[in-house]
Design a binder for this molecule. Structure first.
Ligand SMILES: Cc1ncc(COP(=O)(O)O)c(C=O)c1O
Length: 304
């Protein structure tokens, strides 16, 4: 039975379930092979922030895995909305997972996928993240674009799982992956930015990273404000000698980095530019959720 106000709720193929009672079949290809895609979003004042961008990226991830989403936007939004509403959290963490569905046998060949796709929406209270991060530049490399392309947000995150574990074993809170050429890519679940002499820099998408929605919004926000920003290749040394370093992601917005490889960035405190940006960007996101994302979602759900 579902009671209003529960905090951890799931919606599996349209059916609401308490998270503790939710399960997927053992032959689901997401479970067997990580043959799935996902998105993580959050609410702001109850509105689904950036839902259009997240659903667009979900569509691209599906393309990357060679399947097509089989639900229309109105149905996806209806499921998300119903689950968020039933959970009744002050602010919600929302994870959408789409797997290639069940197979007729535990065989990696997609010919065994009998379909349909499996759609899961997980809703939890929005977690509070640590106010700053200490990064470790790890030995493990980010996946090559010609292997499992980091631009595809697939359910196969094992390289990131192990990268994070490697960094934590060395006393850091997150990892920073380089690519095979020694270029900076990203952290386990965030994009990375530097500030040097007032200019913001972040690695270009071509290096092989997830096209972060926060990263894109932040680049737009800064350009609109007339700030100097650049998408350029960065080395480990660029990070270690930067004036400031920060991470960006949907759950943290902007997360100051205070240490890399155990060494402080500047004085080892969140940088002043980062902190100013953190406040102004959060205000921009709150406004956008209320004036754009919320009303558009309501319109589409009514039409759907
Ligand atoms: C590897 C990776 N990079 C970057 C991000 C940040 O992306 P977004 O800003 O869309 O949350 C994520 C988010 O989960 C991620 O997993």
């Amino acid at each position: 039975m579902i009671t209003l106000g529960m905090t951890n709720l799931c919606n599996i193929d349209g059916v609401l379930k308490a998270e503790a009672e939710a399960s997927v079949p053992i032959l689901d290809r997401g479970f067997l092979f990580g043959d799935s895609i996902y998105e993580v979003m959050r609410t702001r004042a109850g509105f689904m922030f950036g839902w259009r961008e997240h659903l667009l990226r979900l569509t691209k991830s599906a393309e990357g895995l060679g399947f097509e989403l089989d639900l229309d936007t109105a149905t996806i939004l209806q499921r998300i909305g119903a689950t968020v509403q039933a959970a009744g959290n002050p602010e919600s963490y929302v994870r959408i997972i789409v797997t290639r569905g069940s197979g007729s046998a535990p065989n990696i060949d997609v010919a065994y996928a009998t379909g349909p796709l499996r759609w899961v929406v997980m809703v939890r209270p929005l977690p509070t993240l640590a106010p700053s991060a200490r990064l470790q530049i790890i030995d493990r490399l980010r996946n090559d674009r010609r292997a499992l392309d980091p631009a595809v947000k697939s359910g196969n995150y094992l390289n990131n799982v192990l990268g994070l574990a490697e960094a934590k074993a060395q006393g850091a809170t997150d990892c920073l992956f380089l690519d095979a050429q020694g270029k900076v890519t990203e952290a386990s679940t965030s994009n990375v930015f530097t500030v040097r002499k007032g200019k913001l820099c972040t690695p270009p998408l071509q290096v092989g990273i997830l096209a972060g929605i926060t990263r894109a919004l932040l680049l737009d926000f800064c350009r609109t404000n007339g700030d100097e920003v650049a998408e350029v290749d960065l080395t480990a040394d660029d990070l270690l000698t930067a004036d400031e370093v920060f991470l960006s992601s949907s759950l943290r917005d902007i997360g100051p980095v205070t240490h890399i490889n155990g060494k402080p960035i500047r004085d080892g405190l969140p940088g002043p530019r980062t902190q100013r940006l953190l406040t102004s960007f959060a205000a921009f996101c709150d406004r956008r959720a209320q004036t754009l994302d919320g009303p558009e979602m309501a319109r589409l759900r009514l039409r759907g």
